[in-house]
Write a protein that binds this ligand. Structure first.
Ligand code: PEP
Length: 233
C-alpha cells in the first residue's frame, strides 16, 4: 500500500483583506504549532495577501500557495502573476484550473449535466488527461490532483466517501496510464466539496483520497485546524 502524505489545503478564494488575512494566518499558526505525522498543511490566500500570510506562518508547519498563475515568465500581461513571482513571495504550491476559474473566467471545460447523465467518471478522466497532457513529472510531489464535484462546492452537500473514492480511484488509474505506476502511486489525489471537520476522517480513510481541498471551512482557523488533526488520527 503506497504511503502518501495527506494534504489538507485551504482555498480562501476571494476572502480576507490584508488585515483579515493576517488575523486568520496568526490564528492558524497558533492552532497548528505542529501537525500530525503523515499530514501536510497548505493555505492558498488571495494574491494580495500572500506576502502578509507568508510572514505570519513562516515559523509554522504550514505551506503557502496561490490560487492562480500565468504561464509566461514576465511581460505585458496586466493583472497576472508568474511562477517566479509566486515562488519569490514564498509559495510552493498553486491551484490551477479551479472550477470557479473555469466557470467565471472562461478557463473552459465545465459541465453541470454530466452527473445526471451518469458519465461523470469518464468526464473526470478526460479532464485529467487533457489537463495533464504533455506534463513531464520526475517526482510525484510536483503534482496534486483535486477532484471537486461542482455540485458539492460551497453547497454543504458533500460527496459520500464512497463516491469520492470511486472518482479518485479512477483518477489514480488514469495517472498510472499517463505517468506509470510508481509516480502515480506517489501523486496525491484530493477530494474537495464541502469538506469539513465532520467528514474529513471518513474521506481520508479511503485508499485513494489523500486529503482535501477545503473552501468554506478553511476560513475558520478552529475548523481548519480540527480537520488537520482529524485527518492525522
Ligand atoms: C473549493 O472550492 O475548492 C471548495 C472545495 O469549496 P468548499 O469547501 O466551500 O465546498
Amino acid at each position: 500500500m503506497p504511503n502518501r502524505t495527506l494534504l489538507i489545503a485551504g482555498n480562501w478564494k476571494m476572502n480576507n483583506n490584508v488585515a483579515e488575512a493576517a488575523k486568520l494566518a496568526d490564528e492558524l499558526a497558533q492552532a497548528l504549532p505542529e501537525v500530525p505525522a503523515g499530514v501536510e498543511v497548505l493555505v492558498c490566500p488571495p494574491t494580495i495577501d500572500i506576502t502578509t500570510v507568508h510572514d505570519r506562518i513562516q515559523a509554522a508547519p504550514i505551506a503557502l500557495g496561490a490560487q492562480n498563475v500565468y504561464w509566461e515568465a514576465k511581460g505585458a500581461f496586466t493583472g497576472e502573476s508568474s511562477c517566479d513571482m509566486l515562488k519569490s513571495a514564498g509559495c510552493t504550491y498553486c491551484i490551477i484550473g479551479h472550477s470557479e476559474r473555469r466557470d467565471y473566467f472562461h478557463e473552459t471545460d465545465e459541465s453541470l449535466e454530466v452527473r445526471e447523465a451518469g458519465t461523470y467518471v469518464e468526464h473526470v478522466v478526460n479532464q485529467v488527461k487533457a489537463g495533464l497532457a504533455g506534463l513531464e513529472i520526475t517526482c510525484p510531489k510536483q503534482v496534486v490532483v483535486a477532484y471537486e464535484p461542482i455540485w458539492a462546492i460551497g453547497t454543504g452537500k458533500t460527496a459520500t466517501a464512497e463516491d469520492a473514492q470511486e472518482v479518485c480511484g479512477a483518477i489514480r488509474e488514469t495517472l498510472k496510464e499517463m505517468f506509470g505506476e510508481e509516480l502515480a502511486n506517489g501523486i496525491r489525489v484530493l477530494y474537495g466539496g464541502s469538506a469539513k471537520p465532520g467528514n474529513i476522517a471518513e474521506l481520508v480513510a479511503k485508499p485513494d483520497v489523500d486529503g482535501a481541498l477545503v473552501g468554506g471551512a478553511s476560513l475558520k482557523a478552529a475548523d481548519f485546524a480540527s480537520m488537520v488533526v482529524k485527518a492525522g488520527e
